[in-house]
Design a binder for this molecule. Sequence first.
Ligand code: G16
Length: 547
Amino acid sequence: MTIMDISTITTQPFSDQRPGTSGLRKKVRVFQTPHYLENFVQSIFDTQTDLKGGTLVLGGDGRYYNREAIQIIIRMAAANGVAKVIVGQSGLLSTPAASCIIRKYQTSGGIILSASHNPGGPNEDFGIKFNTANGGPAPEGVTEAIYTRTREINEYRTLTADEIDLDTPGTQTLGDTRVEIVDPVADYAALMEHLFDFERIRQLFGAGLFSMRFDAMHAITGPYARHILEEMLGAEPGSVINGEPKEDFGGAHPDPNLVHAHELVALTSGRGAVDFGAASDGDGDRNMILGRNFFVTPSDSLAVMAANAHHIKGYASGISGVARSMPTSQAADRVAEALGLDCYETPTGWKFFSNLLDARRITLCGEESFGTGSDHVREKDGLWAVLFWLNLLAVRKQSVAAIVQEHWRRFGRNFYTRHDYEGIDTAAANGVVTHLQARLAELPGSALDGYTVDYADNFAYTDPVDGSVSENQGIRIGFTDGSRIVYRLSGTGTEGATLRVYLEAYEPDPDKQNRETAEVMQPLVTIATALAEIESRTGRKEPTVIT
Ligand code: G16
């Protein structure tokens, strides 16, 4: 490897580098603007001083611009005195696998390149996020420090060198920096084998009476799922579909929900349907769970996991508590109450679970946005959730639907739906929130179409571990019968604003638990759209996506 001198390049700040819900996400062409990526990366090195002389984990979801960005970051890491960079082979690492490697090798942190479930390709999205030494997404204090640095940065460090060979495992050097190319799957697979009863899952597949499909959506989980599900656990070859990672995810939207994973939904429906279906997203942290003709809401999935954790090897000794993000349904709260577990309600964003996990206050956590996870890493984990369900199916020997319906009979059912209004005008979206905010004081005690408002607030969270306060995390309107309407603006989009309206209705009566969600939610939808004046303020009659 020939090395030229380390160079200090003069630059100017960009004003739009504040990380959102999960890192900095922009269109690829924005990241390709000269110095744009470099400024953000240098701001990480300038503020995260442990990286100097330390070890950095680096990888991404394989989307367009991943490989170029990795080469840029390796050169900058070497110029900034990072002692070792651990890189996933071909630049690939799922988000949970990156978290696993950061923790396992006690590194100083990691840089993950992903825009998660957002589409990829030259005209689509790219993203970058920093995870701290505990393996979790940087907390707000860290992201704000990085952002502050991006506003004042005037130079960055890099060096001129041949490209690193990303495709061959082994160690290369760049100046004083060792660059280790590692198998992206091995450490993660070993962790999964430690947590779940692989022998029992093998028996489930081996009996020939159970079929599944896992939709990797042409994203990062293809190689992970093929190795773990087909090679280690003996699922029939072909159980993993869309398993080749592609830079543009095959032109699709790698978002595991009923709209975007329609191919999988079809395979779990009607005659000849498989028993179990699951999908993951661009970077492998989200999951969707389907039974035969049956959709498990992410909120229910978390609740079922909490109620059944004792059946699973890695959690058999008991779980300490559960947490859910504020807009996630309260199904997990009911389990926690019944089982005497601590339960926490956090703002949207996986980073808010990290302190609770580190302090061992919780073992399981989840979000309505198709995320579930545990204390095994500090990210949500798509394949982990799939393996949890497979292990549970192998132990309980019931169908997905039977397990969930039994759960509802015991704890009650929290009907749940989310309406997204994507790509709306930012000023109009802010106007909706301001309008709702102005009405909060007058709402408690009032009746809306027969529902009585119990409380109305803009959610604020005080972290019980470090006392940090996060305000304005979404408008909550709770009704006396346990129903809720929540409004918030997405922090992950790259175009305009996305208004999310989350709706929840509680049904304790088993005779009424099998009604259609859309029918049950209709009265709340009517209230929610009228209260927020959605049509007049945004010009939208209907949501773009309903999950
Ligand atoms: C990220 C965050 C999640 C959050 C989701 C949606 O997920 O890690 O905590 O729930 O975005 O956020 P928003 O409603 O602000 O768009 P991912 O999978 O995109 O990294």
